[in-house]
Design a protein around this ligand. Structure first.
Ligand SMILES: [Zn+2]
Length: 106
């Protein structure tokens, strides 16, 4: 994140017609309107498969769609191996949302 400049994102939005007449930007998948800052750059063809870093191969997604896309093709072997890590990080994430309440008590 933060790897792409505003100008990069503008070029990507232009290449994908991700702007409306008012100059708003929106997610390529769900159409949610977001500021450029909050849209994430996604490779249509993953870099691991030879995808290039040019606007034709890139699109802007909202964080939700970007995450969902990543979860679409779980690599089962890795998931199995890392399942305990996921459990642990889930716990950490879960408790971090309760941190605020805890810190109020202190
Ligand atoms: Zn979206």
């Amino acid at each position: 994140m933060g790897r792409w400049s505003k100008e990069d994102k503008k070029a990507i939005a232009k290449a994908n017609n991700q702007t409306d007449m008012l100059g708003n930007y929106y997610c390529k998948r769900c159409g949610e309107r977001l500021s450029l800052k909050n849209l994430e750059v996604d490779h249509k063809k993953p870099k691991s498969k030879g995808g290039k870093d040019n606007p034709a191969n890139l699109q802007l997604l909202c964080p939700n769609c970007n995450r969902r896309k990543g979860a679409k093709k779980p690599r089962l072997e890795e998931r199995k191996r890392d399942s305990w890590v996921e459990e642990v990080s889930k716990d950490l994430l879960g408790s971090s949302s309760e941190l605020d309440e805890d810190s109020k008590l202190i």
